[in-house]
Design a protein around this ligand. Structure first.
Ligand code: 8YV
Length: 312
């Protein structure tokens, strides 16, 4: 017997295809009238398969009285109201670990591209400026510099390993100090002060909202770089923009933005910013592994077994 689920948004194609063949999958993003859609499927739907930044708030959950599980594609569950899920006894799952290494690869690439200004130097060549204006201006080594990791979890550790291989020194701040060989700073401002490159790799959500503010950027200073591969919400975006425009920090490498896929166009003209369109985990292998885990959690739940990667 096929179980009925709702898919909340257009996600990874292979995963969508499997979900649609294994389950009776109703597509929320294709429904012209969302309220009518929820009314129609409320009596039968027990699971949500959710993708990307699609908001799954209390009102979505409460339109589905039979909802038992929300299976998220992605490690970050900041788009889901976890408190409400807990109250309603709804299981929430995510896709941790399978993306640690590729996200860490992206982070290292972003650090190197930002500090060494490699995309800018390529633009210099493509723009035909090499013969006329001469070589691209010198940049800065990452070897010997300090990487401050804000949020030393599994992805943060994978990035730290790579940065160490490039000769960087590592320090970190977490809400709770952990058993780690790296020096600990008690707050983000101190970490920024002690870092040449400040890397944001915290979860999103209310607890980290605008954690990177003017005070932190001030502490990072005119020679410091900010790298964000976490969530746009962790950074006060207009303040960061001003610090970049006024060159009050040396540069920023951003894989995430507040209102994706919309990026404030003021960022496009900045010479001291490197911008990636949220590609941290965007490889064929990793997106398949994430989808497989999302589906496995649904299969386990419907088989009456404990899910594999439960958040709530
Ligand atoms: C994906 C992510 O871009 O796992 C996460 O939390 O942000 C990324 O891996 C996203 O989940 C794709 O929808």
């Amino acid at each position: 017997m096929k179980h009925e689920i709702i898919i909340t948004a257009r996600g990874h194609a292979g995963t969508m295809a499997t979900l649609q063949s294994e389950f009776i999958a109703h597509l929320l993003h294709e429904a012209p009238d969302k309220s009518a859609f929820f009314r129609q499927h409320a009596p039968t739907v027990r699971a949500l398969a959710t993708f990307g930044p699609m908001i799954v708030d209390a009102s979505v959950m409460d339109q589905l009285p039979k909802l038992e599980i929300i299976s998220n594609f992605g490690v970050g569950v900041d788009a889901i109201n976890l408190e409400h899920a807990r109250e309603r006894d709804i299981i929430v799952t995510n896709t941790p670990d399978v993306l640690n290494e590729p996200v860490a690869d992206t982070a290292l690439a972003l650090i190197l591209n930002t500090v060494r200004r490699l995309p800018q130097s390529e633009r210099h060549l493509r723009g035909g400026h090499w013969p006329t204006k001469g070589p691209y201006p010198l940049t800065t080594d990452i070897g010997g510099k300090t990487l401050g990791v804000l949020g030393l979890g599994r992805i943060g550790e994978a990035i730290a390993r790579r940065a160490e291989a490039c000769g960087m020194k590592i320090r970190y701040h977490n809400r709770r100090r952990k058993d780690s060989p790296y020096p600990y700073d008690p707050d983000p401002v101190t970490l920024a002060k002690n870092s040449d490159v400040l890397l944001v790799v915290t979860p999103g959500g209310p607890e980290t909202h605008k954690l990177i503010n003017a005070k932190v950027l001030e502490a990072l200073g005119p020679d410091g770089f900010l790298i964000n591969i976490a969530r746009g919400s962790v950074v006060d975006e207009p303040v960061l923009l001003r610090y970049l425009q006024e060159k009050k920090i040396a540069g920023a490498g951003l894989d995430v933005f507040v209102d994706e896929p919309r990026v404030p166009p003021e960022f496009f003209t900045l010479e001291n910013a490197v911008l990636f369109p949220h590609v941290g985990s965007a490889t064929v292998e990793t997106r398949k592994a994430m989808g497989d885990l999302q589906i496995e959690n649904l299969r386990l739940h419907f088989a009456g077994k404990p899910v594999k990667t439960r958040v709530v």
